[in-house]
Design a protein around this ligand. Sequence first.
Ligand code: HEC
Length: 157
Amino acid sequence: MRERILSAMVMAGLIGAAGISPMALADGHKNTAVQGAVDFRESTMTIYKWYLQPMGGMVKGKVPFNKEVFKQKADGLAWAASLNLLEGFPKGSMHDTEAKAEIWERWDDFQAKYETLKTESAKLQQVAAGGDVAAIKAQFAQTAKSCKGCHQAFREK
Ligand code: HEC
């Protein structure tokens, strides 16, 4: 965020100056595109968290288990996971981010970890619709593991 404001200030300064360098403008556009991708992936992650957290609260018994609410959250997570997360990771988009460079060095692995999230969250949606609490808890654990698996490999602490 701080960097975005800084780069907006730099852009404004450049446009105000007499001789605008086309190279500097092109750089500015590139940064905007990278920032857009970073915003998209961080927003998508924020949505994942919005749905995962209340389910976690129910699974851990911090709040009473409510099958109807759980099902709504599981639907939301499966839908959010179906948005193409990979669009948020164009090659080398390392601007103001916790993403590790290894993402692009081991892209197949990164992609596979995203596929795992999609599969596990789709299963959770199915199991939640069924209403068997023990099965729901087991599948919730698998889903949360798919988040953690990717973070451990590809996100800075
Ligand atoms: C395929 C890999 C992958 C999967 C799967 C994944 N994440 Fe992430 N997550 C990342 C990366 C990489 C970042 C760092 C993004 C950045 O800072 O640009 C991140 C960042 C986040 C953030 C911080 C966002 C921010 O605003 O900085 C949250 C919250 C988050 N993830 C939650 C989740 C949850 C919940 C799940 C599972 C439902 C999940 N993630 C699954 C890779 C993944």
